[in-house]
Design a protein around this ligand. Structure first.
Ligand code: CUA
Length: 190
């Protein structure tokens, strides 16, 4: 180094610059360390404690017994006044093909697939999930007003994928409850 440059390095301005750079370097190391801690915590936490709400179900035995037998599919009023809709998506249809729900009521969709992955999406709402064989998909919804929503399968599931869809019919709450008094499981399949 020539005398000129060492004079420059010793100048007060250079010392300030070096100090500021060291601080920034320290800050970025701290941020990196924080990310490592967060990633390690999330990984270890997920590995040792799987999400509490994951429900598994045997895809091969879906139709044979339990929650997803055909007679249990459709909409049911719960003791707390909410409504549970149980459905199956399989190549290439949903059962029930037309689901009926009351407006202005907490709705829980519970759905499963016996074969491959299907999409479960209700147009005009933020209900959007997948039916993965082996698991029960649970998603909450609330519909403000009566109407009809299309429910196309949005995961490619085979040659009949485009023809796989259902609909959700939202009706007046009082009307729904009247129907539910007469029948424990409701659908709008004609
Ligand atoms: Cu089922 Cu695409």
């Amino acid at each position: 180094m020539s005398d000129d440059t060492s004079a420059l390095h010793d100048s007060p301005g250079a010392r300030v610059a070096a100090r500021v750079e060291r601080r920034w370097a320290m800050l970025s190391f701290l941020i990196l360390a924080l990310f490592v801690v967060v990633a390690a915590f999330a990984g270890i936490h997920q590995a040792t404690m799987p999400q509490a709400r994951v429900e598994t179900i045997s895809p091969a035995r879906l139709h044979l017994g339990g929650e997803f037998v055909e007679t249990n599919l459709g909409s049911a009023v719960e003791p707390d006044g909410s409504v549970t809709v149980r459905a199956i998506g399989q190549q290439y249809s949903f059962t029930p093909q037309c689901m009926i729900v009351p407006a202005d009521t907490p709705i829980t969709f519970r759905a499963a697939s016996p074969d491959v992955i299907h999409g479960f999406l209700i147009e005009g709402t933020n209900v959007n999930t997948m039916l993965v064989p082996g698991y029960v998909s649970v998603i909450a919804a609330r519909f403000d007003s009566p109407g009809e929503h299309l429910m196309p399968c949005h995961e490619f599931c085979g040659v009949g994928h485009e023809g796989m869809w259902a609909k959700v019919k939202v009706i007046d709450k009082a009307e729904f409850l009247k129907m539910a008094d007469l029948k424990p499981r409701l659908s709008c399949v004609e």
